[in-house]
Design a protein around this ligand. Structure first.
Ligand code: HDE
Length: 704
């Protein structure tokens, strides 16, 4: 049989030969330093020379190999989504989805399918910051028994453009301008908004990217969407339209803009670190996969064209049905080998799922493999452990750079008799992928359908669906981004579009830009007037309150009342939060009871933006020190400015006064009102579960 030998899959089988070899290589006690040829190295700190001060010899094969390998370590970064972080895990359906699809990984609730998930920003380079305003990629590779299925999605359910042929244009406009390569790690200003102002199909997604969705609190608290309409095909070959959704079990939460900008400097790895540490600590991120299903016969009644990726189906029109759960439980062993070399491809699909004629999707079916041929150095990257399917591979593909597989036999063509006719073709009954037949007629032309032409009604739906604070943030983001645009003509063109979305939006943004607001003529709703699923604040109210994995900064100095602190800590940790003790310097502080309290972080190495809340325990001497210390007051004030929960023990209220914070302000929990110890902790946890306190009216006056 002319099959190719597949090495064991390292990504799941830790007993495999590859895994054993890898771990041996990592084991400092069990192996010697060798060259790539396995020759043991006796000395690696000096090159081979004639005399200790003489010239280096060409004969020094160890030096030459070491240097050559180093010189070639870099591969091209992804042209988009270059900065990413990833994790391994598994997916498990809640129940069989046989009524919708024959995809095997969705049939059996007892079956766990291994996955690898990569989150990313779009515009920045590999070394850029995590918290910039941008779309986030949410790409999932399912290693199913029928082959790899890649669901290459984003954290926003719609896209900027309707036809993939415009992708190079929008990405060129969004990336740094070509003459001076600015701005880095953010979406360009004049060129991007120039494009937006001339291509109104971008406006719906612009509303999303100007909203808080584009500055997530964590990859663990971010939704994901397949964006395009796919098909589910059942065992009887009935096709239904499907949209994929991921919902994080920790809820969907965001940063605030000032915090996101500061984090980009204080900790550019904020999201990467958060994901990595959560998994190391056993707080495994979980997401529910859901689907919106539309019977083909009902597609016309939706009021949107399902092939238009700039539109969503409101959940009020088609509810999201829960399908199963994704759990991320293992960090990559090596960033380059896994996170960098993973190759997701929209065309990687399994029987039971199929494409549609969405022209954006069709372009993606070409682009991913094409770009990976260059990025990963040739056609054999599917053999890299991270990309290798669990399903066996038998075909006549051969040769090319970096080939691992030794094809067996002499018949490398189909049909053949010399190889016994192998490998055989598989019909549907044998699990073969059979494309869903579709009747297509029409003229050959370059054109956009009429049904794609409304660019405003869903942009308006999104804006209208947001709570007042979310709308305020979106308006501020537009004022910021457009405020950086130097061309007045571009600003004016964008305002003309905003006028067709919402009166408040256009007036408030125009005011921020110091320009007259064009008369508002908002688009009439085409479906429900508002949709709860579009607002993070509305979604929050539907989730059980939780402080799981939330980070609380505890500011202390010598004399801290550590007995009360421990009571508070016990309760908060029991609810899943994490406390970090912060003092002027590392080591310990002397508590009021004479014991040493270990310090986790020195104030100089951390900042309030790295936490979800701040707590000040009592102890007169500790509070007096913090009160006098500008850095500590700034810490508390900045947390207050960002609408985070601020908690103080009864005898730490003085610090609030020193920070000019009203103890009765929303989200400020004080021992005077709430009691001490676990009672105080309970009140603090309740406030923290709210995520932010947007109704804090006076936060803007804080000079932080
Ligand atoms: Fe991508 N996209 N994309 N994209 N995309 C890539 O593939 C492309 C689009 C998405 O973590 C590239 O291997 C075109 C939509 C993610 O490795 C490239 C079009 C959505 C990732 C490419 C789109 C995405 C990519 C760059 C318009 C959400 C990162 C490197 C037709 C549904 C995957 C690579 C990872 C990566 C092309 C639009 C998501 C160039 C042509 C819509 C999450 O092939």
């Amino acid at each position: 049989m002319s099959s190719q030998k597949q090495p064991d899959a390292v990504h799941i089988d830790e007993n495999s030969k590859d895994a054993q070899l890898a771990s041996k290589r990592m084991d400092p006690t069990g192996s010697f330093l060798t060259t790539d040829q396995g020759i043991r190295v006796e000395h690696t700190d000096d090159s081979l020379k004639i005399g200790a001060r003489g010239p280096t010899l060409l004969e020094d094969f160890h030096f030459r190999e070491k240097m050559t390998r180093f010189d070639h370590e870099r591969i091209p970064e992804r042209v988009v989504h270059a900065r990413g972080s990833a994790a391994h895990g598994y997916f498990q359906p809640y129940e069989s989805q046989a009524k919708y699809t024959r995809a095997k990984f969705l049939q059996d609730p007892a079956r766990k399918t291994p996955v690898f998930v990569r989150f990313s920003t779009v515009a920045g380079s590999r070394g850029s910051a995590d918290t910039v305003r941008d779309v986030r990629g949410f790409a999932v590779k399912f290693y199913t028994e029928e082959g790899n299925f890649d669901l290459v999605g984003n954290n926003i359910p719609v896209f900027f453009i309707q036809d993939g042929i415009k992708f190079p244009d929008i990405i060129h406009a969004a990336k740094p301008e070509p003459h001076h390569e600015m701005p880095q790690a953010q979406t360009a200003h004049d060129s991007f908004w120039d494009f937006v102002s001339l291509v109104p199909e971008t406006l719906h997604m612009i509303m999303w990217t100007m909203s808080d969705r584009a500055i997530p609190r964590s990859f663990r608290m971010m939704q994901g969407f397949g964006v395009h309409t796919f098909r589910f095909i059942d065992a009887k070959n009935v096709s239904r339209f499907v949209k994929f959704h991921w919902k994080p079990l920790l809820g969907t939460h965001s940063l605030v803009w000032d915090e996101a900008q500061k984090l980009a400097g204080k900790d550019p790895d904020f999201h990467r670190r958060d994901l990595f540490e959560a998994i190391e600590q056993g707080d495994f991120p979980e997401y529910e996969l859901g689907v919106q299903i539309v019977e083909e016969a009902d597609a016309q009644k939706l009021g949107v064209d399902l092939l238009d990726a700039t539109k969503l189906i409101p959940e009020e029109v088609a509810p999201v049905l829960p399908v199963g759960k994704l759990t991320l439980n293992r960090n990559p062993t090596n960033f380059f080998a896994e996170t960098e070399q993973v190759a997701f491809c929209v065309a990687n699909i399994v029987p039971g799922i199929d494409f549609t004629d969405d022209p954006l999707m069709q372009a993606r079916l070409f682009s991913y493999l094409d770009t990976q041929l260059t990025r990963l150095g040739g056609p054999n990257f599917a053999e890299l452990p991270i990309n290798r399917p669990l399903a066996p591979v038998h075909n006549h593909q051969q040769d090319g750079f970096g080939r691992h597989t030794s094809n067996v036999g002499r018949a490398n063509y189909h049909p053949n008799s010399l190889g016994g006719g192998c490998p055989f073709l598989a019909g549907q009954q044998q699990g073969g992928f059979v494309h869903q037949p579709e009747q297509v007629t029409g003229q050959k032309l370059r054109a956009r359908p009429e049904s794609f032409k409304d660019h405003y009604s869903q942009a308006a739906l999104f804006f209208r669906s947001l709570s007042a604070p979310e709308q305020e943030h979106l308006i501020d983001a537009c004022r910021f981004e457009l405020g950086k645009v130097e061309s007045k003509a571009i600003q004016e063109r964008v305002l003309e579009h905003f006028a067709k979305i919402d009166a408040l939006l256009v007036t408030a943004v125009a005011e921020g830009l110091g320009l007259p607001a064009p008369k508002a003529t908002p688009a009439a709703p085409k479906g429900p007037p508002a949709s709860k699923a579009l607002s993070m604040e509305a979604m929050k109210l539907q989730m059980p309150p939780s402080i799981k994995t939330r980070r609380i900064a505890v500011l202390v100095a010598d004399g801290v009342d550590s007995d009360e602190l421990m009571a508070v800590r016990k309760e908060l940790e029991a609810q899943g939060a994490q406390l970090k003790i912060i003092a002027k310097r590392l080591g310990t502080v002397k508590a009021a009871n004479g014991k040493d309290l270990p310090v986790d972080k020195s104030a100089m190495t951390t900042a309030s933006v790295e936490y979800d809340a701040v707590f000040i325990p009592g102890g007169a001497a500790s509070v007096a020190t913090l009160k006098k210390d500008g850095e500590s007051r700034h810490f508390v004030q900045e947390a207050y400015l960002h609408c985070k929960t601020v908690g103080v023990s009864k005898d730490a209220e003085d610090l609030l006064k020193a920070c000019e914070i009203d103890p009765a302000a929303p989200g400020v929990v004080s021992g005077a009102g709430s009691g001490s110890g676990s009672a105080l902790a309970t009140a603090f946890a309740k406030a923290l579960s709210n995520h932010r306190h947007w109704d804090r009216k006076d936060h803007d006056r804080v000079p932080a």
